[in-house]
Design a protein around this ligand. Sequence first.
Ligand SMILES: NC(=O)C1=CN([C@@H]2O[C@H](COP(=O)(O)OP(=O)(O)OC[C@H]3O[C@@H](n4cnc5c(N)ncnc54)[C@H](O)[C@@H]3O)[C@@H](O)[C@H]2O)C=CC1
Ligand SMILES: CC(=O)C(=O)O
Ligand SMILES: [Mg+2]
Length: 378
Amino acid sequence: MIIGVPKEIKNHEYRVGLSPAAVREFKSYDHSVLVEENAGAGIGFSNQDYIDAGAEIIGSASEIFAKAEMIIKVKEPQAEECKMLREGQILYTYLHLAPDPQQTQLLVESGASCIAYETVSDNFGALPLLAPMSEVAGRMSIQAGAHYLEKAQGGNGTLLGGVPGVAPGKVLIIGGGVVGTNAAKMAIGLGADVTILDRSLPRLRQLDDIFSGQLRTVFSTADAIEYYASEADLVIGAVLIPGAAAPKLLTKDHIAKMKPGAVVVDVAIDQGGCFETATPTTHQSPVYVVDDVVHYCVANMPGGVARTSTLALNNATLPFGLAIANKGLKQALLDDKHLLNGLNVHQGKITYQAVYDALKNQLDLEYCAAETALDSIV
Ligand SMILES: NC(=O)C1=CN([C@@H]2O[C@H](COP(=O)(O)OP(=O)(O)OC[C@H]3O[C@@H](n4cnc5c(N)ncnc54)[C@H](O)[C@@H]3O)[C@@H](O)[C@H]2O)C=CC1
Ligand SMILES: CC(=O)C(=O)O
Ligand SMILES: [Mg+2]
């Protein structure tokens, strides 16, 4: 198969769909890999590194999109990229369609088969291609929060760990999955006072076991969110309903009742955000203020530590990418129900129920179950 790896074009996004090591794995199965010039240059992967791994360096994204049978990326395609996709082509990347009608419309129009990393599943009920970036973003959320709590950054001047004789800062984490757990590790490491909320009692039990006494687990209700947010210096939004738009759990009223100079980090912003006042920001301009509360809502947080993130992402995406390249799309999806769960758009139809449900009132969409949609591939 011909694999194409364009340079990412989202604001300050230096991750790359394939590392040189991953290119070498594709080459070992005799696939062709086309990598856009300087695609990895921002994180120390030179064109020569890619050539040494067996890739061909291509001068423009348009040539890559024209030649490749499968495009491997990191972030959701931007409008100009969507317009270069074609029927029969495979797109393998993060999509986050539920909050993004524009991208969804363009992918439907392209006719391409689009696999979303964030809805590929595993036998443990987890999301193995989202997990590595959630680990990164969860850890970063506390770093970012600690930074913006500084007075010069607009924060209330709290040091999360406190010092002997002064109480630590209070961190509230809403959602105790991968992002929430990694945020908790960092916050506990700094010595903060940590409360974590989740709707899942089994998950709260696991967190209680993992962190035995180092944090407070609380069942997530509107009351709990209101109470703990009003006390918090830093709130992390980390909920997910796979494929769906995030529920707005921290409302405008909650924000208005928070301490002036508190910081909120909505990691779930890529699924539309779980804070009512959240709107996506970029690494170039990460924060804004509502009701004296600093909001950090960067939709591609792992792009900030792009080298670590590229390596972590490639570890997870490689086996599925190889399966598609080696078997062809139809057989790879038929053989693996978890990869099939990644199919969000196929030949103009939406093939993931939660995406269809989120957008059916905004767009004229057709839904077709993923397994049925495959019948149209010969
Ligand atoms: N902004 C960024 O750069 C990045 C964003 N993310 C996003 O972070 C979000 C969280 O991802 P993960 O931790 O991997 O998901 P996860 O599935 O591991 O965890 C989500 C947790 O939310 C809980 N939850 C669901 N509804 C809830 C509610 N009403 N109240 C409290 N908890 C609730 C679930 O029980 C689950 O434990 C996702 O939207 C993901 O796409 C992930 C990586 C990077
Ligand atoms: C998951 C995601 O949105 C990211 O890694 O940028
Ligand atoms: Mg206030």
